[in-house]
Design a protein around this ligand. Sequence first.
Ligand code: AVI
Length: 322
Amino acid sequence: MTSQTPPIIDSAFRRDVLNGLTHYPKYLYSKYIYDEAGDALFQQIMELPEYYLTKCEFEILATHTAEIANAFRGNENGFDLIELGAGDGKKTKILLKYLTENNFNFVYKPIDISENAIDKLSKALTEEIPEVQVDGEKGEYFEVLERLQGFTSRKKVIMVLGSNIGNLLHDRAIEFLSKLNDTMSDEDMLFMGFDQKKDPQRILDAYNDKTGVTAAFNKNLLVRINKELGANFDVSKFKHWERYDPETGTAKSFLVATEDHDIYIETLDLKVHFDIWETIHTEISQKYDDKVVQWLAEESGLRIETTFADPKNYYKDYLFRK
Ligand code: AVI
């Protein structure tokens, strides 16, 4: 700190940046990558040939559409298909088309913290699959789920695609799954994607593409701190680095300082020093196998009903019940 007066930490972003950059070793939370620029970079990542996750899950949904849809089917009251973090809905549309064409009684409820994302998706669906009943909700996942619990007596199928759970450490993943469990009744289901352990090189390549999109995605954290907190990070002084531990299944992303230098964050009145080769840990992308998913489920009071995999077993969607 260069000033005597402590800065007013008036937002979670400011507080987390302050905590992360004054901690040793330094870290930043990956959830802050996703502003408008970060969302656009993630869309580009999903199109990369190296990023197999999206393609595998797409293949699973396209191959096992009928089986998945039939597993979701409820009683005569139908069900609410609640998707957490729906994004552009590219994968979900396969299911929605099938459910609509086969006259399933359901309402699709995408949930996202971005109102813009919900509006865009609802509009796209009205044009592409006009028969589907869409009722999106803006808000934090659990706040919305609690609200829904209050006025829906229909079966809920909660869907979390994209191995988003992999961005949480195991204890936080258990917390997340347990909270989902709390919102579920006996007939409700949870359908969730988990990227699987595989050839370590394949995983490293997925998080270290040749074109540098993943590097730009991670560096967007610094760009965002510059924009929103008035910092002066020079992103060219950082190198993106990926590490994968095949024993734990954890892929870890870092930004590594390539020279000894200081940066300054105006709204925090904070000077941060980087030694040459000092790291900022930016993201974890956990990889799983059935044993680990089984353990996570048990710890969270859930049980695996069935699984759907792509032909190479790179990726699996698990269907859970309480
Ligand atoms: C959103 N999440 C599941 C992605 C992942 O694979 O961990 C984010 C990502 N990071 C780098 N590439 C993609």
